[in-house]
Design a protein around this ligand. Sequence first.
Ligand code: BT5
Length: 245
Amino acid sequence: TALSLGLDAPFEIEYHEAIDSTNRRARELAEDGATDTVVVANAQTAGRGRLNRSWESPPGGVYVSILSRPDRPPAEAPLYTLAGAVATTRAVRETGLDARIKWPNDVLLVADDTESKIAGILTEMQGETDRIAWLTVGIGVNMDDPGIEGATGLRAELDEHVSLRAFVQRLLESFEALREQDPESILASWREVAATLGQRVRVETPDGVVVGRAVDVEPPGALVVETNDETVSLHAGDCEHLRCA
Ligand code: BT5
């Protein structure tokens, strides 16, 4: 129940001490007809990343899945990933850390020449022909260092204690405010906290590898990259920031 975290939100809150995956549970709730529900867990035993990858989810981290039924076309689903990433980045920045977004779904801490992943977003949805039937934005934020190369956690970075409850509360409020906004405002907020824009990038897309300079993000969340001879819009892929290039 919401009482387990004492959260105050315009959603139904379902809390689990441990669960396989909050996104898996949100899908189950959606298939049972639920909406506007947030599944929160203290630990996951089978946390999911994109493309069948896994998400390390030790106890004490933030594992949240927000289920809703936005009245928008399925093609706009990527906007919710961007909104989830902006909300997460804002919540992390409020603790004083310099968080930025790596397109499309990573939240990084940027210090000197190193980037460490502190959070990731996984959006899953069911589309109908002209509208989204249900959509889950899954957000994982590390509290402790998960012990993965290139990853870090809030408690590992901050000297003072971070209240999990207060953090999740801010995250939900921030997401709630963003998801009501029009696509252009979401993109504008995204640009403000992007790590990727202006960088030389190497993006592995389903159609091959693209190397160039990331110059913008455009609806519904595509990365615009200038290569040597053309400008391309990438709708999905794994992005790597290239240093010293
Ligand atoms: C993501 O995938 O970054 C999306 C992660 C979403 C997790 C949340 S937790 C709540 C909800 N319920 C779920 O079951 N999932 C969502 P991707 O971009 O594919 O990154 C996954 C890759 O990041 C892995 O292959 C590892 O290399 C790395 N990784 C795994 N666990 C990590 C962690 N805790 N912190 C940082 N990096 C991690």
